[in-house]
Ligand binder design. Structure first.
Ligand code: CA
Ligand code: CA
Length: 308
């Protein structure tokens, strides 16, 4: 009798254990399944968001192409310069803006075609740093970062001898850079300085001139030592949204006539598109540098997601 009762008890406990095991397995399966569905959903939404960003990019290429047909100069009153307002899309929205990158100082101007430091650009970068209340020493240090040689400039410079002594060690680029944010690696550079500097600089392939119709106040001031902060403010008020009427006149007295004609432009080849797309809970920011050729062909030369 007793042994029958105990074996029934064992059977009951076993049955309960099996049921508990099945329940926990089902739960795990359901959990994994919902994770898979979620993961797949996020991947699909992300793909869709990238496709929409690429679509916005091709639309912007058309706008820039048309702009070249319709105008001889580029200024902040043109269609491309106005923000792309938030547009509703299926399950989300898209918005963005385009910026004229030639309104900024091109870090790659620091080195000439011959691989040597371009003294004129170096002085301009020093003036830009000073105008922004930053240490002008970074100009020489940035030039060493890009120039091909390993000879640290004096008094402001840094080459591998310095960078390989830092923990963890690294080496200078010693070539043109593709992202101005790379200057964060410069000797002595900190985040506060980069935050102030980044809106005024860019890294474009080869030498570029400044478009005075879109240049920031500090960049206008960097053009010549004679241009004060008050002059830059006055120039920005004068150009307003439609650009300068006659740059030779506006900059006369502030720069040598030869410098005006040689170094100032009113047109732009390089633009940066920034598009943010939200699809459901997925949000991406897509950056694309667009180069517009003299015949109006617009080519993306650098694309990235989520960074500048
Ligand atoms: Ca234009
Ligand atoms: Ca170097």
């Amino acid at each position: 009798m007793n042994s029958m009762r105990s074996s029934r008890g064992v059977a009951l406990i076993t049955a309960l254990l099996i049921m508990a095991l099945i329940a926990s397995m089902t739960y795990t399966l359901k959990w994994n399944n919902s994770l898979d569905i979620r993961r797949t959903g996020v991947m699909l939404n992300r793909d869709q968001a990238v496709q929409i960003a690429v679509g916005a990019e091709s639309w912007m290429q058309t706008i820039l192409r048309q702009d070249l047909e319709e105008s001889d100069t580029d200024h902040l009153g043109e269609i491309w310069a106005s923000d792309l307002p938030a547009l509703p899309i299926d399950g989300g929205e898209v918005y963005g803006e385009i910026q004229d990158l030639q309104g900024r100082f091109n870090i790659n101007n620091l080195v000439g075609d011959d691989g040597n430091v371009d003294e004129e650009a170096l002085e301009q970068f020093q003036r830009l740093l000073t105008a922004l209340g930053l240490d002008p020493r970074f100009a020489g240090i940035a030039a060493d970062w890009i120039d091909a040689d390993q000879d640290a400039s004096f008094p402001d410079g840094a080459e591998d001898a310095i960078y390989t002594g830092i923990t963890p060690p690294y080496r200078a680029a010693n070539q043109l850079i593709s992202n101005a944010a790379e200057l964060a690696a410069l000797e002595g550079m900190d985040k506060a300085t980069m935050d102030v500097l980044l809106p005024h600089i860019v890294a474009l392939p080869g030498h570029t001139e400044i478009n005075v119709n879109t240049a920031t106040g500090a960049v206008l001031q960097s053009l010549d030592e004679r241009i004060s902060a008050a002059d830059a403010e006055r120039l920005i008020a004068e150009r307003a949204e439609s650009g300068f009427a006659e740059i030779a006149q506006s900059f006369g007295g502030l720069m040598e006539p030869d410098d005006i004609s040689r170094r100032l432009v009113e047109t732009t080849e390089f633009f940066q598109l920034r598009v943010t797309v939200r699809v459901d809970t997925v949000r991406i920011t897509y950056y694309s540098i667009l180069e517009r050729g003299p015949r109006g062909d617009v080519t993306p030369i650098l694309r990235s997601l989520g960074t500048t």
